[in-house]
Design a protein around this ligand. Sequence first.
Ligand code: HEC
Length: 145
Amino acid sequence: MKTSAIRLGATGALLVGMAGCGGGGGYGGSSGSPGTDPNPPMTATFASIQSHVFTPICSACHAGAAAPQGLKLDVANSYMMLVNVASAEVPSIKRVAPGDAANSYIVQKLEGHAAVGARMPFGGPYLDATTIGLIRQWIDNGAAQ
Ligand code: HEC
C-alpha cells in the first residue's frame, strides 16, 4: 500500500515535468537557440536534402529490407540508390538523372505526375513547392554528393 502510493506520486511528478517541457524539438529544428541549431535551413545540396527530407520523412518507409521498390533513403544508402539508378516502376527513367530534374523519377513522384503509383511521400503530407524546388535545383546542378 505504502509502496504503491509512493510510485503513484513519482509518476505524477514525472508527468508534470514532461508537460512543462514546452514541446521543443521536432522536424526543422528552428526553435533551438541561435548558433546551436543542428539543422540549419535547407539548401540545394545532397547533405541538406538528406537531413531535411530523406532521413526525417522518406526513410520512415524507405529503409531496411522491405523498402518500397528496393529504394532505401536512409543516410547510408540514399545517394547510391538514387543517382544514375533506373526507377523500378519506370525503368526507362533514372531516379535521379544528374542535370535533368524534369526527367528524374524522384521529381515526378514528388510532384505527383509519375506514370506509376502514388505521389510521395505516400499518403502525404506532400512537400511544399520550395522544398521540391531545392531538390530540382540540386539535380539540375549535377546531383553532387
Ligand atoms: C508511407 C510510406 C512512404 C513514404 C513516407 C514515402 N514513400 Fe516513396 N514509396 C512508397 C511506396 C509504397 C512506393 C511504391 C508504390 C508507389 O509508387 O505508389 C514508393 C515508391 C517510391 C518511388 C519509386 C521508386 C522506383 O524506383 O520506381 C520513389 C522515387 C519514392 N517512393 C520516393 C519517395 C521520397 C523521395 C519520399 C520522401 C519525400 C518517399 N518516397 C516517402 C512508400 C512511401
